[in-house]
Design a binder for this molecule. Structure first.
Ligand code: ATP
Ligand code: MG
Length: 280
């Protein structure tokens, strides 16, 4: 009797788990739910940390505010970021658990078009998670993954949080650190690195500390950055330098805030109650 009951409970849980991940394509928020599931799957596989689930929720909230599409200031920031990465001597793209769960293929492709190194760089570092993320990157076509045996430390950050690879972030001149913690972004800036971030929250410390802040969902930003890198690769060095020199991150962040303010004003004035579509 006892064994039968546990079997029924087990089957019920299994059914719920299997059922949960089947998201109907007709759902009005299909894409959002799909990426939410990817994060959950990432956590179950030991790729994403628990705090990564919470960070994803913060990101989703800001995505609602910007309108869940790439806005003009993000496009401007992406162009400047690609120009800077193409000009870099030692460009590095940092990968954490959320990035590996959401955009593993795009991360590898972006590194390849930019000739950049890939480094696993975790806030909650465990050897187990590093190994699993490396596997995911190799499965998605990476030739080399750094950050597995980091021997250097970012000054000002204690033990695990500060570990970096001598041939990666340590020696990099330009680093792309998406979905990064503000404290670490600041420490990298203090080291004299040129820091580019992707962060949906324009108010986060990372967004405010970075040299270039792309306020967009990484699932939209990375595919667009791959396109831009392919397009801009053939531009003369002077053109790329001009794009970087005329870029103003402070102005871009202000434009994001103004976009959110204007969008909310329009929505409030137009009314949102029971409206199917809110295209603004
Ligand atoms: P900070 O430390 O910079 O003040 P925080 O502590 O709120 O910010 P962290 O967990 O350190 O946040 O960093 C994760 C950041 O990534 C958050 O600002 C979150 O909004 C953002 N984020 C989460 N998911 C995505 C996503 N899919 N695309 C872009 N940004 C995202
Ligand atoms: Mg933080």
């Amino acid at each position: 009797m006892h064994i039968r009951l546990s079997f029924i409970t087990f089957s019920l849980i299994l059914f719920l788990v299997v059922d949960m991940v089947k998201i109907p394509k007709s759902h009005p928020r299909y894409w959002s739910l799909l990426y939410r599931e990817k994060i959950i799957e990432g956590m179950e596989k030991g790729i994403t940390a628990k705090a990564g689930l919470i960070a994803h929720g913060r990101g989703e909230a800001f995505d609602y505010l910007i309108g869940e599409k790439t806005i003009p200031p993000a496009e401007t920031a992406m162009r400047a970021a690609i120009a800077k990465l193409l000009l870099a001597k030692h460009p590095v793209i940092s990968v954490n658990g959320n990035v590996a769960a959401l955009v593993p293929k795009e991360t590898v492709e972006l590194a390849k078009v930019l000739n950049a190194k890939l480094e696993i760089n975790l806030f909650y570092r465990t050897e187990e998670r590093v190994k699993k993320i490396a596997e995911v990157l190799y499965e998605n076509g990476a030739d080399e993954v750094l950050g597995i045996n980091p021997t250097k430390r970012i000054p000002g950050l204690e033990s695990e949080r500060g570990k970096v690879d001598e041939n990666g972030i340590w020696k990099a001149d330009v680093i792309l650190v998406p979905l990064e913690d503000g404290d670490r972004t600041e420490a990298l800036c203090r080291m004299g690195k040129f820091v580019i971030t992707v962060d949906l929250n324009p108010l986060s410390r990372s967004a405010r500390m970075a040299d270039i802040t792309i306020v967009d969902n990484i699932v939209r930003a990375y595919p667009r950055m791959i396109e831009l890198a392919k397009e801009m690769k053939s531009l003369p060095k002077e053109d790329l330098e001009k794009i970087v020199a005329t870029y103003d991150n402070s102005k871009v962040l202000s434009e994001v805030l103004i976009h959110i303010r204007d969008r909310l004003t329009k929505l409030a004035e137009g009314g949102i109650w029971k409206k199917e579509k809110l295209d603004i």
